[in-house]
Design a binder for this molecule. Structure first.
Ligand code: Q0N
Length: 298
């Protein structure tokens, strides 16, 4: 069984990008996205992986791409093992379930963030200014309160790797008003569709980040989509306003790390087996709750 925590290298395939938990490879006509089992907490990658995390996040993206394709086309071509090139099927069996073959897009250099609830950096900014990313909000909102309407708060990837919120006016300067307005509209629409579906299943999707690109001048949804890595997932039964609600997927890890004398800088501490197994169960339960299907057999 390969180690799906360390960076993936694939025979005869060029790696074009590497992120905290994913790698991107060039297959020639298409790209190959590979999701590892790495997990980060407090922006630090843990040395211990979560079994099947990469598979869960890949299969969740596949589900959401299908669920949203009547609103916006997407870049996913296949996540089926049989569609991999034969040398990868033979030499990288660990890819099963944790990869996406995607169309090459002309990417917009903007992260399209939609916030449905007042939490995180948005809550901190609201406390100081009564607004989020320059968007004025009603007074008297509580932490984690559902916003009257979802808000669109674009961001760019700063040189240090962190996300930097930008005003919508800067997004217009970067990509033009027509594309900026189209991305804002479609981002809010697909967030609302997904949040409504998840809520019926007992899950709050508080906010999320989309990425888009162009193919033949048409807007196409890229990246991963509506996963617990790109979104805040909260279990509805534990949702309360007035504090930071527990994360559906990462709370076990966060609570454990808070018991340690760790300064939240790398390297992260090893995770005990019961934290690993409990988190793995949360991810597979999350997948089954959202999709209504089992991960077995993927
Ligand atoms: N998805 C996808 C995709 C694709 N389907 N085709 C070509 N390239 C990419 C690609 C490669 N890297 N990234 C992340 C770029 N982000 C942009 C916003 O800012 C953060 C970084 C996307």
């Amino acid at each position: 069984m390969s180690n799906t925590v360390t960076e993936v290298a694939l025979p005869g395939v060029q790696k074009v990008a590497s992120g905290k938990v994913r790698e991107i490879f060039d297959l020639g006509e298409h790209l190959l996205f590979v999701a590892s089992d790495r997990i980060s907490a407090f922006d630090v990658i843990m040395p211990t992986g979560i079994p099947n995390k990469g598979k869960v996040l890949t299969q969740l993206s596949k589900f959401w791409f299908g669920h949203l394709q009547d609103i916006v086309p997407h870049h996913l071509i296949s996540a089926d093992f049989d569609d991999l090139p034969s040398e990868l099927r033979e030499q990288a069996p660990f890819l099963r379930g944790r990869f996406m073959i995607v169309k090459k897009l002309e990417m917009f250099p903007v992260e399209c963030v939609v916030r449905g609830y007042l939490v995180g950096s948005g809550w901190r900014e609201y406390q100081e200014s009564g607004s989020v990313c320059g968007i004025p909000l009603p007074s008297g909102l509580a932490q984690a309160q559902k916003l009257p309407e979802p808000i669109f708060t674009p961001a760019i990837k700063a040189t240090d790797g962190h996300d930097e919120n930008i005003p919508f006016s800067k997004m217009i300067d970067m990509i033009g008003a027509e594309h900026a307005e189209a991305l804002r509209k479609v981002s809010i629409e697909i967030y609302q569709r997904a949040a409504e579906h998840a809520l019926k299943k007992g899950v709050v999707i508080a906010d999320t980040k989309f990425e888009f690109g162009l193919v033949d001048g048409r807007i196409v949804l890229g990246d991963e989509v509506l996963t617990p890595d790109s979104s805040r997932y909260w279990p509805l039964p534990e949702y309360r306003t007035g504090s930071n609600p527990p994360s559906y997927d990462k709370q076990f890890v966060r609570d454990y790390l808070e018991t340690l004398d760790w300064d939240k800088t790398p390297p992260g501490p090893e995770l005990p087996e019961q934290i690993v197994q409990g988190t793995a169960e949360r991810y597979s339960t999350c997948f089954e709750t959202i999709t209504g299907t089992s991960l077995k057999g993927v």
